[in-house]
Design a protein around this ligand. Structure first.
Ligand code: PNS
Length: 166
């Protein structure tokens, strides 16, 4: 059992990687892999957005990500709703990882970081640059390909057959 010191230590070494992940792409995988070079544990949080009807159900997104990391014990996956900062606080997590591909991502992420820092000063957002080869990859692009009957497997983790999750 963890004593309180070990718990605090473990939470210092844990980061939440939040997102909609509809679906989780090779770009997300590259960011998570880089984050595993910084943090001991990564919790991938699939944020529920009741406004958006997605391609995959929230449960299918979680399942796809679990499958992707089935051989990586340092990654856990969880669904959450509400504010990302509240989810971190409830779990004692002090770091949020977000991927940045371009200037548009930067503007969005910086605004979110500033708001989160105002409300949750104990939480630090760590921006991880997406490796160059994955900059064109996005969940939106993958959704478009799939809904028009195309093959998006080049953009998805290699052990994933997306038709099993639709
Ligand atoms: O990468 P995505 O798909 O845009 O993920 C967005 C997500 C889920 C991480 C973001 O929308 C989020 O944090 N939603 C929860 C509400 C929240 O905390 N918003 C930020 C307030 S400062």
């Amino acid at each position: 059992m963890l004593n309180s010191f070990n718990f605090a230590e473990q939470m210092r070494n844990t980061a939440l990687f939040p997102g909609s992940f509809d679906p989780f792409t090779l770009g997300h995988l590259a960011v998570a892999t880089r984050a595993l070079g910084i943090f001991e544990h990564i919790l991938i949080g699939v944020g529920l957005n009741t406004d958006k009807r997605g391609l995959l159900s929230p449960e299918a997104r979680v399942e796809l990500i679990r499958r992707t990391f089935e051989d990586e014990p340092r990654v856990d996956v969880s669904l959450y709703d509400g504010l990302t900062g509240d989810f971190c606080r409830a779990r004692g997590i002090k770091h949020i990882v977000r991927g940045i591909r371009n200037v548009a991502d930067f503007e969005y992420e910086h605004a979110m970081e500033m708001a989160n820092t105002q409300i949750y000063p104990e939480i630090t957002t760590v921006a991880v640059f997406t490796p160059a080869e994955y900059i064109p990859v996005s969940s939106r692009l993958v959704r478009e390909i799939i809904t028009m009957g195309g093959d998006a497997s080049a953009f998805l983790p290699h052990n994933i057959n997306i038709t099993n999750y639709l």
